[in-house]
Design a protein around this ligand. Sequence first.
Ligand SMILES: [Zn+2]
Length: 452
Amino acid sequence: MAELTFIGAAGIVTGSKHLLTVGGKHILVDCGMFQGVASVTALNGLPLPVPADDIDAVIITHGHLDHVGYLPKLIHDGFSGPIFCTPPTVDVMEIVLDDSAHLQQELQERGFQHQRPYAPPMYYDQRDVDRTMKHVQPVAYHEPFDVVGALKATYFDAGHIIGSAFAGLEFEGKRVVFSGDLGRYDRPLLFDPEPMGAATDLICESTYANQVHPPEPTEALHQTLLAGIARGGAIVIPAFAVERSQDILLAIATLQAQDPQIANLPVHLDSPMAEKVDDVFERFPNAHRSVANDSQSTPFGIRDFTLHVTTEESKALNDVKGPHVIVSASGMASGGRILHHLHNNLGDAKATVIFPGYQSLGTLGYILTHSAKRVTLYNDTIPVAAAIVHLSGFSAHADRNELHRWLQTCTTTPHLYAVHGEAPSAAALAAMARGSFGWKADVAYRGTTVTL
Ligand SMILES: [Zn+2]
């Protein structure tokens, strides 16, 4: 008999953490941080159902902060077992955790979070991150590995970000599948999610289970870039450093090759972290589709490309005149250099801001994409004069149709638990599993335990 406790990403989309207890052993599947509004991030301070030193192993599906961000805290609190993940995820995880420790340190020093003057708690520092990386055990897709006791697991490509996996856990005659975050089909950069195969139980993400993504994000971006050039100012694109920045740069490069009107539009990447992720793509050429690139010196062959690494190089963007693109992080404008560019451009009627991803409730990105007339940034109240555009088609998450397509690849009739979604989308996934497939299905609630 096995028990599964939903610790995070239950009823919300962050803090992915599922505790599997089999034969007295405790295994965490994902170990993410809660992100977003203060009432959600406060959940990071709650104790786990079992002490960290009682957890035997951690299985990581991919390197996003909401799936790995709590690992250094787990190590800090006494966890000493193996942390399994795919080889590209090792690299992505290190970039993400380094940045997280750095950001926590910075917020502490500045006493600043979401425009509020207080210092948020610091969960770990760089030393904890360095110790965490010593516990990592990389495992390739399709190679079954021993987790603990008789429990074995295998990773398969989930198509969400580079190195992302769904995991099949085998024990006591069961095969429990954890989807992690499921990606898209027919995307330019990543492979399709692999077929699921057999499952007795399926813990499945549901971020967009009640929505269908617009079909052509690249063409929508094209039109937005043309409109942005006509306005005459900066075109600011808040994008997550892990994957979204690469998707955006590839889309711009593709459009530039097709349309002389934007062929020479200068593109600035102001994200040292995104540049490091670009390197992961180069190190693992077999982990993504190959992309034609005439020029090896710029990402995907963008003609007029500038990378900004130092703070001085970032500040130099304030003086750039005329239409130009600035891609910077974070994607929900909840921190990072993008705040500086928004501070500089939101009040400018010539500027355009393009949000190409999911904006969670309470973030500056959410506020701006919901018609805010003015925002407060660095203690300044700024009237929003820039054009604000939300392009959801660039999502790295499967939509309703793509989730349905992936569920169809299951060869058995599992019991589905819907995780990683706000309440309406989690309910939509459970309803789909029952209605379209005749499976048992439940929405997972934080803190509840089910018997598998
Ligand atoms: Zn993710």
